[in-house]
Design a protein around this ligand. Structure first.
Ligand SMILES: NC(=O)c1ccc[n+]([C@@H]2O[C@H](COP(=O)([O-])OP(=O)(O)OC[C@H]3O[C@@H](n4cnc5c(N)ncnc54)[C@H](O)[C@@H]3O)[C@@H](O)[C@H]2O)c1
Length: 258
């Protein structure tokens, strides 16, 4: 149970993509603790089942749907399924992502297209699919997971960083077009977070600890729960006057050299 002891998402239907592990799982579990009915979408069947079971264990109604976010028709079908089982989606957390990196002169067109299909185009597809209903009902909140990589240049971060930078502006587009209807959209930019996502970036635990302590002023990776806290805030009525905003949660990573 979160230590807020609140139920900010009572009677709300939430959909979290990329919820099988890491940040998405933490968001799903925290939303369940705060009263939501939670739909979770991912491509990883086994881990998604663990997330689904964890929602139920926290007293929430859970619905799990397997889909590849880079396949638009599958995403749209999954959202219809969620709405027919749980009802209209009040809260969307578009969070699925992959860490495909490399230098501009090395990466392939297929690296670029795959990264943008999963990290960027999928967000457009999932947001558009829920927006129609949110606009009719004149309510809804959306959180998009970008990255601190969206805000700075770092050699070797293409195509990942550009795919996330696009999400920062996309958030603002959604926000400005829908603010008058009472629909809010914000994004979060995590720095290094302790999830399976970063495993391929390091050859050993000691390299991981050394890199993070050198780059991050706070000297450590963030926890999935620390990112979930910001996402829940952005999606809750606590943030009722905040839209189009970018929340940077990175232990100071983007502040400059330590
Ligand atoms: N971990 C970090 O350091 C970090 C930093 C900045 C931003 N992020 C972003 O946070 C988000 C969540 O990442 P995480 O750290 O929790 O990593 P994670 O690997 O634990 O979670 C990513 C999830 O996305 C799912 N996914 C990947 N491709 C998919 C597809 N085609 N269809 C459906 N689901 C798919 C994975 O199965 C996984 O469950 C990502 O968008 C990532 O870019 C992570």
């Amino acid at each position: 149970m979160s230590d807020t002891g609140s139920s900010r998402f009572s009677r709300r239907v939430c959909l979290v993509t990329g919820a099988a592990t890491g940040i998405g799982r933490a968001v799903a579990w925290r939303m369940a603790e705060e009263g939501a009915d939670v739909a979770v979408l991912d491509i990883n069947v086994d881990e998604l089942e663990t997330t689904r079971a964890g929602i139920q264990a926290r007293g929430g109604t859970a619905f799990a749907v397997i889909a590849d976010v880079s396949v638009p028709d599958d995403v749209r079908a999954a959202i219809s399924q969620v709405e027919s089982v749980l009802g209209p989606i009040d809260v969307l957390v578009s969070n699925a992502g992959v860490p495909i990196v490399g230098k501009v002169h090395d990466i392939t067109l297929s690296d670029w297209d795959r990264t943008f299909a999963i990290n960027t185009r999928s967000t457009f597809v999932v947001v558009q699919a829920v927006l129609h209903g949110m606009r009719e009902r004149r309510r809804g909140t959306i959180s998009i997971t970008a990255s601190s990589a969206a805000l700075v240049a770092e050699a070797g971060s293409a195509p990942y960083a550009p795919s996330k930078a696009a999400l920062v502006n996309f958030t603002k587009q959604v926000a400005v077009e829908n603010a008058a209807l009472g629909i809010r959209c914000n994004c979060v930019c995590p720095g290094w977070v302790d999830t399976p996502f970063n495993d391929p970036a390091f050859t050993s635990d000691s390299e991981r600890v050394e890199t993070v302590s050198r780059q991050v002023p706070m000297g450590r990776e963030g926890l999935p729960d620390e990112i979930a806290s910001a996402i829940l805030f952005a999606c809750s009525d606590d943030a009722s006057y905040m839209t189009g905003h970018t929340l940077v949660i990175d232990g100071g990573l983007t502040l400059g050299p330590t």
